[in-house]
Ligand binder design. Sequence first.
Ligand code: NCD
Length: 360
Amino acid sequence: MKAKIKPLPEITWDELQQLTLDDKARCFNRSDRPLHILVAQQFDRPLLQELGDMATRIRQVAKSKQGMDFLGNLLSHKTAMLYFTQPSTRTFLSFHSACQILGMRTVEVRDTSTSSEMKGETQEDSIRTFSSFSDVIIMRSAIGGLAEKMAWMLSHTERPVPIVNAGSGKDQHPTQALLDIYTLQRSFEKRGGIDRKTVVFVGDLARGRTVRSLAYLLTNYERVKQVFIAPPALQIGKDILDHLKASGSEYELASDFEKVIPEADAIYMTRIQDEWDDKTGDSGKVDISKYSFAAEHLKLLQPHAVIMHPLPRRKEIAVEVDHDPRAVYWRQVRNGMWIRVALLAHIFDCSDSIRDYHGS
Ligand code: NCD
């Protein structure tokens, strides 16, 4: 039996900080569903399956004008705030498109130089202001844990609208991990699903928040092996390895990428995130050839394996690789939109209506 956790509106900030991520995840849910979407730990295997199935159902419904009209009516009474103070192309556009598919209105702040934060307003007051004009706040910030802080703060106000973390500092990017899982579910649909697969992560694993969230989600599957290949200073964090150990997941830290390619079912490439370097940092100088997927690597890769990347890429995947059917990073982008539609439908409790429509 798991210990009882106080719901978010009743817990103090200090108490919340004492909790493990798993317990925090329980705190961010209301009864059976997530209220806020803040960390990957909020998604268990049944929910990952449900959201993936729903995304596939939605893309089928969306094929016809009648279906699109139906979807576009579901949340036409709701408004989403997109608060993205860190650069974003795909995540912003896919949330924006997902909101539009469900008929939601959107308002956005991307540049704080045009908002009252320039006049010294705190982020807490900004978010509280946004909550007056919206029914959900989708936010990306360079500050780790900010989405969590704002969710806690709002839960103590009269308008505790859901917060969706669209990337927070170097810690988590749960909705990217969702789309990555959805891509893996689809890729291995006819090969027994994600169980027993080997997933190889390559690049900047210390600061790649997408990797950190996906590594957590993969522990929901049976006997998945995770291999981490990174320059020594940019290797995956000890907190993730501790979690893998505690959950009994198999993992390996490796340095020879070419040697690992033939055993991979999925290779997850990432760029070096040198924007996080401090004045003395020099990760921009890392020789990325050892952490890059070149065209000649394709012949080492199993025929059913997939090459993934959260994007944006720099040079860590050769452009020639894009034409290979095993390169699924452009598919990830499209999957991201559909899984975010499914997520918003779940948050606003309209998944049953979509199921009924699809079955009719
Ligand atoms: C990633 C991010 O912002 O964390 N991009 C994304 O959301 N698809 C990865 C990156 O910036 O390298």
